[in-house]
Design a protein around this ligand. Structure first.
Ligand code: CU
Length: 134
């Protein structure tokens, strides 16, 4: 073997190694075809669900959003950030009727009827807000 061909061989070997490493890295970093499709679908549906849910924080005896307008089929999620327990409830049929939430707990209500739902907090009737479902 001449010096030239030996160097050509080692260059080829290096290239092969680089390709193999690259392929390995690619495999490690990107999920396989079927998995990718499944992961994509999961991400999409999670995203769609998130887009359909309006989050209202309850803090300092207040609902963070006084009026929210959503479409039928969308959800509203109340998250209690207070040490005090709160809920979000209404006597109106089809409206939210959440349980008393301890700090960090949440209640999700899916709007199945159109209408204007004024709701309040049972132990603190001065806490009021409205969800409009169109
Ligand atoms: Cu309250």
């Amino acid at each position: 073997m001449t010096t030239l061909s030996r160097s050509r061989v080692s260059t080829l070997a290096l290239l092969m190694l680089a390709l193999a490493l690259g392929a390995l890295l690619f495999t490690a970093l990107t999920p396989g075809g079927e998995n990718a499709a499944r992961l994509g679908a999961t991400a999409d549906s999670a995203e769609a669900a998130a887009a359909k849910t309006v989050v209202i924080n309850v803090a300092d005896y207040e609902y963070s959003k006084k009026t929210v307008t959503i479409k039928k089929g969308q959800s509203v999620k109340w998250v209690n950030k207070d040490e005090m327990k709160h809920d979000a409830t209404t006597s109106k049929a089809g409206g939210p009727k959440g349980p008393l939430l301890a700090k960090g707990k949440s209640y999700t209500w899916k709007a199945t009827k159109t209408g204007t739902f004024k709701y309040h907090c049972s132990p603190h009737p001065f806490m009021k807000a409205t969800v409009i479902v169109k």
